[in-house]
Design a protein around this ligand. Structure first.
Ligand code: ADE
Ligand code: ZN
Length: 337
């Protein structure tokens, strides 16, 4: 696209990227081979004949089937380090300077992988990326909302040991009937302890309860609301939610390629344009590029520019919003813009 050189050159921050969502099939295949695992279809139990076979079958899965099945190949420190390094190399190539990366610890401890294994792998990659690629990073521990509040609290407590790397707490997985308020004991504990910022996916995967999820995240999560909202695109349906979000100065992390699974493209891009034009602070993130037709941050920004009719100046604003919305120190923000 004609816009590519401009978007590529913008200094970028990504605030919505799941490290497990960067597990491209090639890496999945490689990790399985070196861990002596036989990759099988989670639906039929059939062993994949080849990488091509794996790729074409993944295409037929729902997002969550494909995403969680990928976790099974992540076993060693090296796997976590290589997964993160694969992302950091792509980030550097896109001129992404800083990223706050989601990870789902429950999906790893659950299979017997220790916190030390994945955190030391992430740390190894993050240190190398900062030194060699000029990509800085922090981590956001997500709670799986379809798991128990007790498991969430145990993982919160385990995360405290890694607070040099972890900057925030998030909430992800399938959101229908799992509102942020189910975990209020964790959010209020985190507020009282004061180490982590708070955010929550207010997904477009949620159905009739989506606006209530946004309202909780804006107004009540942790006592008086979260520090950011992930997605939250459906706030565009309700003028009073748009006003509330603006009043509280909350930013939204919008990931257009994620919404194409749940809603038609044209009205969805109109919602993004409406939120931006209404003065809601928003940035464009990439969510799970390995499961979204290989759309990394630059492609997400290109599609938004084209479909929302945004100018170069609008895109510069959006890139600056990400810097503004991030939880890095002032020196870091100043060094980017
Ligand atoms: N976990 C990883 N990606 C997600 C998404 N897009 N929505 C909810 N949970 C997720
Ligand atoms: Zn997400």
């Amino acid at each position: 696209s004609d816009d590519y050189p401009f978007i590529q050159a913008l200094p970028k921050v990504d605030l919505h990227l799941h490290i497990e969502g960067t597990l491209v099939p090639e890496l999945r295949w490689k990790f399985a081979e070196r861990n002596n695992l036989t990759l099988k279809s989670p639906r039929t139990g059939r062993t994949y004949a080849s990488l091509e076979d794996l790729k074409s079958e993944i295409e037929t899965f729902t997002f969550f089937e494909a995403y969680y099945d990928g976790f099974n190949v992540l076993l060693t420190k090296q796997d976590y380090s290589d997964l993160a390094m694969n992302y950091f190399e792509r980030a550097a190539a896109m001129n992404v300077r800083y990223v706050e990366i989601f990870f789902d610890p429950q999906g790893h401890t659950n299979r017997g992988v220790s916190w030390e294994t994945f955190m030391s792998g992430f740390k190894e990659a993050a240190t190398k990326a900062e030194q060699e690629l000029n990509v800085k990073s922090k981590w956001i521990m997500c709670i799986l909302r379809d798991w128990s509040p007790e498991s969430a609290m145990q993982h919160y407590e385990a995360a405290l040991k890694y607070r040099d790397m972890i900057i925030g707490l998030g909430l992800d997985s399938d959101s229908y009937k799992f509102p942020p308020s189910l975990f209020e004991n964790v959010w209020s504990r985190a507020r009282a302890d004061g180490f982590f910022k708070l955010t929550a996916h207010c997904d477009d995967g949620a159905k009739e309860d989506v606006h209530e999820h946004i309202r909780e995240a804006v107004c009540s999560m942790g006592g008086s609301g979260a520090d950011r909202i992930d997605h939250g695109i459906n706030a565009a349906d309700k003028p009073e939610l748009v006003e509330l979000i603006k009043q509280r100065g909350l930013g939204l992390t919008l990931c257009p390629c994620a919404y194409l699974r749940h809603q038609p493209a044209e009205p969805m891009y109109r919602k993004i344009a409406l939120l931006y034009k209404a003065g809601v602070k928003c940035m464009i993130g990439s969510d799970d590029p390995a499961y979204m037709d290989d759309n990394w941050q630059v492609n997400n920004m290109l599609v938004v520019k084209a479909k929302c009719g945004f100018s170069n100046e609008d895109m510069t604003n959006i890139a600056r919003n990400a810097v503004d919305m991030c939880w890095g120190p002032p020196e870091l923000k100043k060094a980017i813009y």
